[in-house]
Design a protein around this ligand. Structure first.
Ligand code: NAP
Length: 456
């Protein structure tokens, strides 16, 4: 029997586990997660109003309930948790599917002002991530601290995460009561005074990273108008005739051209899509963020932009930087700081250019934070194929016994699948008590209390 540990239970971890048990009848997989809950970014990243994508949890659930797959939650790997070297002793192979755990920074003055957050913080807050910032830098509760007193918000970046947070900022609480958004976030959104959201790209519309489906969704929001500046659009050399662009970019430009041509209808809220503005400083008033200073840019003819030395200030009481994720080094594994990924060859971890037997990667820590959830399928498949090709050599080693018993002897107390099911029941009960459907538990204490109520 080949024993494999998959570290991380998001889409890449689940697809890896699925590939292994489907392709090899003699493999057992433990899927470890540092959280007591499975599904990674599907639970804690996909926006609550994207119910169809959220329902992917049902197919990931089937993987984790496979009789040769075991979910072990609340097992951190690395400092303060299980060392990578210990995992190598307990399993024939370890596949790291830990994603890109942090957000990128802008590196400009004012970035740490109260009222300036990463989009990841905001996403964690409305997704009830137990590590979501509990307190705003000014000491006020983060619930409402994001939105209190905010009339104008700026979202820096034009990727799909930027679209998610823009859309959530424009949502009214009534549209979210049927989702699993935590109750405190719902209350804060109900009291939201946001009337203007600026989503801003440093390059042109034809270089925006959002996908057309997500872009179009912005015009489906009740009582919200979308405004595009026709002059900014015209600055993009591809905007007059987008036919030579790749299909995804062409569709984006066509949609934006349509919106720019039609005057934005009157509405309670407006989303302003802006381009060719590069953030140079976050402005302060009374110790809090009060706006963003931008340098106007122009296309450089090679897909990039150059600064013009002309500046524009946009007032905002909330700034969310949504400029991409970044992988973090994992203790005991090699890391390429330039790409934020683990060096690999077809999923096999490389140490100093040489394959490290029994160590693999899949997902964002392998290829960087790109692609949609489905992109993880072929990525995981490649890694699974590499691992199974190596299996005859890896499987020879005698293991010290059931890894779960060894982990427990080491003082680790994993949350088993029954513990996760108990969390699900507690979330259903919480929802029922609030007159809603399932409502997520937002903190470690309540998650672990629910999980432990199921016994070991
Ligand atoms: P992303 O797609 O890489 O977009 C990052 C954005 O930040 C780009 O517009 C980028 O502009 C901009 N940016 C980077 N550095 C900047 C700087 N210093 N100043 C100003 N702007 C800067 O990242 P993401 O939105 O975090 O998404 C990550 C991945 O998750 C993507 O593959 C995305 O499609 C996926 N995702 C998908 C969905 C969905 O399918 N619904 C939802 C959420 C996320 P440049 O292009 O000029 O660098």
């Amino acid at each position: 029997m080949l024993r494999v540990a998959v570290v991380g239970s998001g889409p890449s971890g689940c697809y890896t586990a699925q590939g292994l048990v489907q392709q090899h009848p003699g493999v057992r997989v433990d899927v470890l997660d540092r959280l007591p809950c499975p599904y990674g970014l599907v639970r804690y990243g996909v926006a609550p109003d994207h119910e169809k994508i959220k329902s992917l949890q049902n197919s990931l659930r089937a993987v984790l309930e496979h009789d040769r797959v075991r979910f072990l939650g609340a097992v951190p790997v690395g400092p303060g948790g299980v060392p990578a070297a210990r995992l190598r002793e307990l399993y024939h192979a370890v596949v790291y599917c830990v994603g890109a755990a942090t957000d990128r920074r802008l590196g400009i003055p004012g970035e740490d002002l109260p009222g300036s957050w990463s989009a990841t913080d905001f996403v964690s807050w409305y997704s009830a991530h137990p590590d979501a910032p509990g307190r705003a830098p000014d000491g006020s509760p983060a619930d409402g601290g994001f939105l209190r007193g905010v009339r104008s918000a700026v979202v820096i970046g034009v990727g799909n995460v930027a679209v998610d947070v823009t859309r959530m900022l424009a949502r009214r609480a009534a549209e979210l009561t049927r989702t699993d958004v935590p109750h405190s976030a719902l209350t804060a959104l109900a009291a939201s005074t946001v009337t203007e959201i600026h989503m801003v790209g440093r390059r042109g519309p034809s270089q925006a990273r959002f996908t057309t489906k997500e872009l179009r969704e912005l015009t489906t929001l009740p009582d919200t108008a979308v405004a595009v500046d026709a002059a900014e659009l015209a600055r993009d050399p591809a905007s007059a005739d987008p036919s030579a662009l790749p299909p995804a970019q062409r569709r984006n430009v066509e949609v934006l051209r349509g919106w720019a041509a039609a005057p934005a209808p009157r509405a309670r809220r407006v989303i302003r899509l802006r381009f060719y503005l590069r953030p140079v400083e976050l402005l302060a008033r009374d110790g809090r963020v009060a706006g963003v200073r931008w340098e106007r840019t122009v296309p450089d003819g090679r897909g990039g932009v150059t600064g013009t030395g002309r500046y524009e200030d946009v007032g905002a009481q909330l700034v969310l930087r949504s400029v991409g994720y970044r992988g973090l080094p994992l203790d005991g594994l090699p890391f390429d700081p330039a790409s934020g990924t683990v060096p690999h060859r077809a999923g096999r971890v490389l140490r100093d250019g040489t394959v490290a037997p029994g160590e693999y990667v899949a997902g964002w820590i392998k290829r960087g934070p790109t692609g949609v959830i489905g992109t993880n399928r072929p990525c995981a498949k490649e890694t699974v194929m590499s691992l199974l090709a190596d299996a005859p050599a890896l499987g020879h080693r005698d293991l010290p016994g059931d890894p779960l018993a060894a982990l427990r002897a080491d003082g680790v107390d994993p949350v088993p699948w029954t513990g996760w099911r108990a969390i699900e029941r507690a979330e259903a009960a919480l929802g029922a008590s609030l007159g809603r459907d399932v409502v997520k538990l937002p903190d470690w204490d309540s998650l672990l209390a629910a999980a432990r109520s199921a016994g070991p």
